[in-house]
Design a protein around this ligand. Sequence first.
Ligand code: SF4
Ligand code: SF4
Length: 265
Amino acid sequence: MLHPHFWDINEVLRDYPFRSVLLSNGTLINKDNARKLRVHEVQLSVDGMRKGHESLRGEGTFEKVIRAIDRLQEAHLQVSIATMIHRDNLAEFDELASLLQSKQIGEWNVDVPCLAGRLEEHQDLWVSPKEAGLLLRYAFGGGLHSTEHQQTCGAHLCAIFPDGKVAKCGLFSEEPVGSIDERLRACWERVPRIPLQQLRCSCSVMEECRGGCRYRAKLQGDPFASDLFQCCVRGVFREELGEGESKKYPDLLQAMSEQTSLAGL
Ligand code: SF4
Ligand code: SF4
C-alpha cells in the first residue's frame, strides 16, 4: 500500500477478469481505505497471538492486524489469513484458531517457513518437521494455493511484487517469469505448471495432497519430488522416499518416524 501507484492500480483492478488478492500485514488498513479497496480478497499475515506475532513483526502489530480484519469485514471484503509456524507461536494455535473462528474467517493458510531469505539470518525461529508438522493440520480453505485439472499447487496463481516482477507465487520471488511491463497475461502464461503425473509421488493420498508445495520440494532439492513436510503430515513415509532421498534427509526421516508415533498414524 506504500507503492506510489497503489491506488491507481487499485482503481482499475475490477476492469480485469482475474481474481485479485492483496497480501498485507494489515498495519496500514483503516476504515477509510478499506472501503476504497477494489480487490476481491485481502490475505492478512497473522503469525500467532500477540506474543508470537509481535516477536516476528514488532510491538503493536498484533492489535493493528486484528483491527484490520474488522475494518475489512465491515467493508464487505473477503479476508483470509496466512500464518507461518515459528518457534514463538508453537503453543498459540488453539487460541488463534478460536480467534479466527470468532471472526468467521473462511480460509486459513498455515505454512512452514523454508530456511531461505531473512530466515537464514534468524534460524532460531525455524522449527523442525517434528515440531511443525502437526500444526499444518490447523489450515482450512486453501483456495489460493489450490490445484486443478491435474496440475500441482497454485494452478491459477501468480504474484506481482512491488517492483513489478511477476512470479509463480510469493515464495518464488527469486525466480520471476517476467515483469508487469510485458503485460500480466504474458507473464502468467510463462509460469511453469507442473502436471501431477510428472511428480515423483506415488502415494495413496495423491488426489488429496497433489504434491504439496513445489517451493518446499525445490528447496529440498528437486521441484518434481515429494514435499516431505506434506508426506510427514499425511503419514506417507519411507516407502515414498527413494534411497537417495533417504540418505539426503536422515534427520527428516527420523523426525517423520517420531511424528508418526506422536500422531498415532
Ligand atoms: S509453491 Fe507453495 S506457496 Fe507457492 S503456490 Fe505452491 S503451495 Fe503455494
Ligand atoms: S503425501 Fe507426499 S508423496 Fe503423497 S502426494 Fe503429498 S507430497 Fe507427494
